[in-house]
Design a protein around this ligand. Structure first.
Ligand code: ZN
Length: 206
């Protein structure tokens, strides 16, 4: 099935939010609405948000999720192990960079992912990829050959390991699992430009 993927770069640290739509439908899935809610809303246009999918619990990927969920009545999903981070400013604002008080933090009510998710006419496989955080996931559209990799896999890099729940051994296992996907799968990371599994796999010896 043909899909369209629109990238909107959000917020303080230029996070990639993706608006994903199956051809012929007006509803869409939003991956990692990081901030800049008015900008995201304008990019969504007249469409309806059917689901908000979070690759992990860091602030730069989640800040518009609560408002979006409220406005569109859309469910929010996150990896089970990262659910605790969403409403805990010390765990999700890892640098204290936002300088927000606890009281200002938007409340996000999320459901843990459970293996697979069908939304807005698309079938996502949820791949648990701990390493950057314990509950990091990559969202795979097998039929369409697209992977939303959050802060696990970037073009020419992978996510930081020194934050809450980060672990090198987990990251290596997660990258290895991703590199078992077909080489022509397009990778849409949480920061920076898109790439492919084949291109990234060629950089590593794991
Ligand atoms: Zn992150």
């Amino acid at each position: 099935m043909a899909i369209s993927i629109r990238r909107v770069i959000c917020g303080l640290i230029q996070e990639n939010c993706y608006i994903v739509r199956a051809e012929g439908r007006d509803d869409c899935v939003v991956v990692d609405p990081g901030d800049d809610y008015p900008k995201l809303k304008a990019a969504i246009g007249e469409g309806r948000v059917g689901a908000v999918l979070l690759t992990h619990g860091h602030f730069d990927h989640i800040m518009a999720a609560g408002q979006m969920a409220k406005d569109f009545g859309a469910p929010v999903y996150v990896g089970a192990e990262d659910a605790e981070m969403l409403n805990d400013i010390e765990k999700c604002d890892y640098t204290g960079m936002l300088g927000l008080d606890r009281a200002d933090w938007p409340v996000i009510d999320a459901t843990p992912f459970d293996g697979a998710l069908s939304a807005c006419g698309m079938d996502f496989t949820v791949l648990p990829t701990p390493g950057h955080s314990r509950g990091s996931v990559c969202l795979y559209l097998a039929q369409e050959g697209a992977l939303f990799s959050g802060d696990t896999l970037f073009r020419a890099g992978y996510g930081r390991l020194d934050l809450y729940g980060g672990k090198m051994g987990d990251m290596l296992r997660s990258l290895k699992a991703l590199f078992a996907l077909p080489g022509d799968v397009a990778v849409y990371p949480g920061h920076g430009e898109a790439t492919t599994i084949g291109e990234e796999r060629a950089r590593y010896r794991i």
